[in-house]
Design a protein around this ligand. Sequence first.
Ligand code: PNS
Length: 156
Amino acid sequence: MTVTALCPGSFDPATNGHVDILSRCLSMYDRVIAAVVVNPSKTPLFSLEERIAFLTELVPGLEVRSFSGLLVDAASDWDASVIVKGLRGSADFEYEQQMAHMNRHLTGIDTVFLPSSPEMMFVSSSLVKEVSALGGDVSALVPGTVHDAMKERHVG
Ligand code: PNS
């Protein structure tokens, strides 16, 4: 039986924390889909196409798709049997636990939590964007291609 895992997120942009979780997920499941959310109420720094391109290039073997609407519907459409989320700490857990219960309530799909690698526990897309926009060095926190694109976006 092929087990497909779904790793959803905004990925705006992908960080080394995302790469950590997605790579580890790939070593555990037969098929892993990174599900990039289309959220019309948010204005992302990077377009959907750019976010998909980063992930596709960064994590070989990963399937990258976009979805709008409910995550559980995308999971059903793509035959995913598990949702995988990274947890950086207790604040993530509080929020993620609620979503995990809601998703299980909706269709019965379960969520597996992977602890972030310790060196990634403080890394988030939003903090990385803020620090980068204010001139801070985030080169150790995001992949090189993402770093170059961020520099271009903020400075160029
Ligand atoms: O990277 P993010 O922004 O923290 O990802 C959040 C995401 C995309 C996982 C979450 O917002 C989501 O699942 N959105 C899809 C809409 C949905 O299913 N909402 C109900 C969640 S219980």
